[in-house]
Write a protein that binds this ligand. Structure first.
Ligand code: FES
Length: 151
């Protein structure tokens, strides 16, 4: 789809609300970055489309509530990523506990997420400008693209 950019504010038009709802998941390239726009249970999310672990395409990942957070499950190796924050979640036992109980833990933000807004039936995405490295950045770069192509 042709990108219609707003003159200011870094907002990118990504589609009509109705169309994005119908599609549920839509792939877009904004400023050279490949992202996924997801509509789930009345909310839009925008997230880097290649998994931070090994570049798996998240587009067909299932969405599940894990520990009270909606997560997309990467189809490749089943990593769990929260849709709202891009946190990597994992389950483990703390050996210091007696008995050790399986719990969900966070690895912190691993997948870059972006801001979605809607105005008069049109949906816009603003890419995050967080200055520090987030693991999913790797698969948006040249090296990561080569690695994905050879996987
Ligand atoms: Fe996503 Fe490995 S590439 S879990």
């Amino acid at each position: 789809m042709e990108e219609k950019e707003q003159p200011s504010g870094g907002l990118h038009f990504v589609g009509k609300k109705d169309e994005l709802i119908k599609a549920q998941r839509s792939f877009r390239t904004l400023e050279g970055r490949d992202i996924l726009i997801i509509y789930h249970e009345g909310v839009f999310y925008a997230i880097d489309c290649y998994c931070y672990h090994a570049g798996g395409m998240l587009q067909n990942g299932d969405i599940e509530d894990i520990n009270g957070k909606l997560c997309i499950i990467c189809p490749k190796h089943k990593y769990k990523i929260t849709l709202a924050e891009g946190e990597g979640l994992y389950r483990a036992r703390n050996p210091m506990e007696n008995p050790p109980i399986l719990r969900w833990y966070s690895k912190g933000v691993k997948q870059r997420v972006h801001t979605v807004t809607e105005t008069n039936g049109e949906v816009f995405v603003k890419l995050t400008t967080t200055p520090f490295w987030i693991d999913s950045d790797y698969y948006q770069g040249e090296k990561g693209k080569v690695e994905r192509a050879n996987a």
